[in-house]
Design a protein around this ligand. Structure first.
Ligand code: XMP
Length: 517
């Protein structure tokens, strides 16, 4: 397994995902991980990530020297290269020429890291690599034992290596897809240089998790709040395989779910997989609490609190439950750890934990804690969950509650469910579903005039929203074909009663958020 020390680059998680994709287990830890913890981790290799600092500033982060004393290969990327060079006796200077974006690197010599990996060959016979650079400093004097393995015009030491100690550094970012051979370079490092096999596969991940879950919970009973979302669904499937009937899931139908969603969850888990699922029909309770409430934040709070209440009520009816299972995934763990060291910001709050009755005293079991979303999906499919469920667009916790603007009524929810269902069904039929990151309908309580047959209609409006995004922080509205939008609009107008017109949202994020509330 590999250790990645995080110096704060925006790309660090990508390094970890790429290493995992290469079939090698790795963990990401803050750069100041201490010598003893590093020794206990016993990595087969270490990667030092990039970071925003300059090695010149006083008080810049340094890897613990143990990294270079373990006798294992080390790869420094960008800032990681610079700190390695500085720590091992080289010199780093501010570059007169800052490089951001594409660059072409000439591979020099026959380093184990870059040998036979190239995008083009230069007229002198050097391998050329198209890479992504982002840095202001550059290595000026090689540390003892190192030689140059790659250069650009402005960074003569864009890649360095000490082959005997298996220390490598590159100034560019192999983890981003703009570096076309990046994955091969990382695989060369983890497979050939560190000697790690391709063992981190969905099969092995599942086997490994089953063993750990069984060891952790023994014969105890476990409770899980099943939402139908990807993470909790995969947790349910995994726990069920590990401990069978010791698992009880509680599925809260809050009346704000998509069309047929509750039945789908019950059919997949209870009927097909034989998971014990308690379905709580809490529609009235939720809609009752939301009566007369217009403010979006207020609505979110009410939905969150009511969820906790309902979940608590059900949980306290169960006897001998010792564990609460949660779908925490690795990015959540990294974010919370990061916030301790002041690097990353937001911690995802799991609203189904906070309010459990004190006397229940549940311990947490979080079997996805080490997995990235793409790994969670892959093992979900491997565990037999329908891929349609596993690759579904994200759905917000408050559900349709934030897609019905203003006060929530049952008939608006019913109208929205039908319109949304038509939109999604047509997206799937046109093979567009997987090309957009999230798509849904929104219920607008404003009324507009329409005409149906010979009758005047004065009814609410449905807005359609579809976006493309990588990280959901920024997004572009999906440029869906006009013919497609036309078809969806016609179907909604014909099939959903009491909708006067359909509009398509062409707002990016920013300035719009993805949801309307
Ligand atoms: P916004 O609207 O902030 O949405 O651009 C970004 C992503 O987050 C989802 N979202 C939520 N998810 N609880 C959730 O679990 C919420 O209250 C919530 N609000 C927004 C949204 O669907 C999108 O994927």
């Amino acid at each position: 397994r590999l250790l990645i020390l995080d110096f704060g680059s925006q790309y660090t998680q990508l390094i970890a995902r790429r290493v995992r994709e290469a079939g090698v287990y790795c963990e990401l830890h803050a750069w100041d991980m201490d010598a003893q913890s590093i020794r206990e981790f016993a990595p087969s290799g270490v990667i030092l990530s990039g970071g925003p600092q300059s090695v010149h500033e006083t008080e810049t982060p340094r890897a613990d020297p143990i990294v270079f004393e373990l006798g294992v290969p080390v790869l420094g990327i960008c800032y990681g290269l610079q700190t390695m060079a500085a720590q091992l006796g080289g010199a780093v200077v501010p570059s007169t020429h800052r490089e951001y974006g594409y660059a072409q690197v000439r591979a020099r010599g026959h380093s184990r890291l870059l040998r036979d990996i190239e995008d083009h060959t230069s007229s002198e016979g050097y391998g050329l690599l198209d890479v992504w650079m982002s840095h202001g400093d550059r290595v000026d004097v090689l540390p003892p034992g190192f030689s140059v393995i790659a250069e650009t015009d402005s960074a003569p030491l864009a890649g360095i290596a000490d082959e005997s100690r298996r220390f490598y550094g590159v100034q560019f970012h192999p983890e981003v897809t703009h570096t076309r051979q990046g994955q091969r370079i990382l695989e060369r490092f983890v497979h050939d240089i560190c000697g790690c096999g391709r063992l981190w596969t969905p099969d092995n991940i599942i086997e490994d998790s089953l063993g750990r879950i069984r060891a952790q919970v023994g014969r105890d009973k476990v409770l899980l709040g099943l939402s139908g979302g990807v993470d909790s669904s995969v947790v349910a499937a995994l726990l069920h395989r590990a401990i069978g009937d010791q698992l009880t899931c509680v599925f809260v139908d809050n009346g704000l779910l998509r069309l047929g969603e509750g039945d789908q969850v019950m059919s997949t888990f209870a009927r097909h997989m034989g998971v014990r699922v308690i379905r709580v029909d809490a529609e009235e309770r939720f809609l009752g609490r939301l009566k007369g409430v217009n403010d979006p934040e207020q609505k979110r709070k009410i939905i969150g609190n009511t969820f906790i209440e309902v979940f608590d009520d059900e949980a306290s009816k169960l006897e001998d439950v010792k564990w609460l299972a949660q779908g925490t995934i690795y990015p959540d763990v990294i974010e919370s750890a990061g916030s301790k060291t002041g690097k990353a910001k937001v911690i995802k709050s799991h609203h189904n934990v906070g309010g459990l009755p004190e006397e229940m005293n549940l311990k947490l079991v979080e079997p996805l804690r080490e997995l990235f979303k793409d790994e969670v999906r892959r093992i979900g499919v491997e565990l037999g969950l329908p891929s349609e469920m596993v690759y579904r667009h994200p759905f917000p916790g408050p559900g349709l509650g934030v897609r019905i603007l203003g006060e929530v009524h049952k008939d608006s929810a019913d109208t929205l469910r039908q319109a949304d269902h038509i939109f999604i069904e047509e997206l799937r039929r046109a093979d567009l579903y997987d090309q957009v990151s999230q798509a849904f309908a929104v219920f607008l309580p404003v009324r507009s005039v329409g005409v149906v047959g010979d009758n005047r209609l004065y009814a609410p409006v449905i807005a359609l929203r579809a976006v493309e995004t990588i990280d959901f922080m920024t997004a572009r509205w999906a440029h869906l074909p006009y013919d497609f939008l036309d078809l969806v609009c016609r179907r909604i107008a014909n099939e959903v009663p009491n909708v006067s017109r359909v509009v398509y949202d062409i707002t990016g994020k920013p300035p719009g958020t993805i949801e309307w509330e």
